[in-house]
Design a protein around this ligand. Sequence first.
Ligand SMILES: *[C@@H]1O[C@H](CO)[C@@H](O)[C@H](O)[C@H]1NC(C)=O
Ligand SMILES: *[C@@H]1O[C@H](CO)[C@@H](O)[C@H](O)[C@H]1NC(C)=O
Length: 368
Amino acid sequence: MEQKTPLITQTCIHRSLVLALLFLAMSSSFNKVSGALSAVGVNYGRVADNLPPPAQVAQLLQSQGIGKVKLYDADPATLQAFGNTGIEMAVMAPDGLIPSFASDANQALSWVTANIVPFIPATKIGVIMVGNEVLTRSDPAFTPLLVPAMWNLHTALIRLDLYQTIKITTPHAMDVLDLGTSYPPSSCTFKSSLASSVIHPLLDFHKDTGSPFMVDAYPFFAYRDDKGEHIPLDYALGGPTAVGFTDFRTGLHYTSLLDAQLDAVYAAMAKLNHSDVGIVLAETGWPSAGNATSEPGSTLNNAAEFNGNLVKRILSNPPLGTPLRPAFPIEAYIFEIFNENQKYSLSERSFGLFYPDMTPVYNIKFTN
Ligand SMILES: *[C@@H]1O[C@H](CO)[C@@H](O)[C@H](O)[C@H]1NC(C)=O
Ligand SMILES: *[C@@H]1O[C@H](CO)[C@@H](O)[C@H](O)[C@H]1NC(C)=O
């Protein structure tokens, strides 16, 4: 995970038998294809020197029914290891390639041909992300190149006839929003330096290609930095019994800070005339340990509750969106599979759902 800008808003919240038999027959013919994989996604961060090999990780996730994994690279050994698992991969192209993707469609085509094509269809690759938090964290020279790079990658997918199964997107930090406008969520706008120049054409891209806007949102950081002044813990954890608050402009009621954060982004998108693009949470999570003084809330129980509430939302039937966009179900990649022992602070090292020996940090059921 990269450095997170916390703020965002206190607010800113009998046929079946035949099918079952068919499925049994299929699973016995592919030994690695497992039963039910859910829509729950996880981030596979690897700033660590003690993690198990990717093939073991693939088995762990299959055994847990976790259906989606997001990488911070396009590591060939990892893509190979997830072959025939049915787990959908979100793969990242490095920021540094953005200028060549943007200026030369053949570079985009070569990258997809070399890094994606060899692994499909055995490995299910559903998403290619172009860099990570490029608009707020990378070389500012990349900012105007991001959307052209994404178009050239999409064009490469068209040429390779992969555009229906693979979507191009890019994750953003919450500080693409103008945090001064973040209360209440309905008042949110994108930073004026980015809104019309980059975000608007980016949303056009998402609309035209049917791909989602990706954002990293962490109620934990907002709670931590608030120091107990405005944000109640139950609201930050998104528990069903939180009192929450009402957006005085829309009358919409929020019991979850994560919903308010998502709706802040939806509201900002609506101001650019794009209520037609969905959001996927590229990262969200809660640390199970941290410095009790400087990182309040970083406890095992809170981590189990936040991620447990999130998973229940993702698995809910019918799917539940946010108060502003009830028809867009929450899609998320939890940050993250493992604790990463080479991160710089105790809480940053403690976002994992599992220890490196693959035992769970706390128990969550990832399938119904
Ligand atoms: C949104 O659409 C309205 C009505 O067509 C238009 O007046 C307005 O300029 C548009 N806003 C943006 C940011 O494109
Ligand atoms: C915890 O944070 C406080 C306040 O920043 C600091 O003084 C203390 O040294 C930290 N404790 C540890 C174990 O890092």
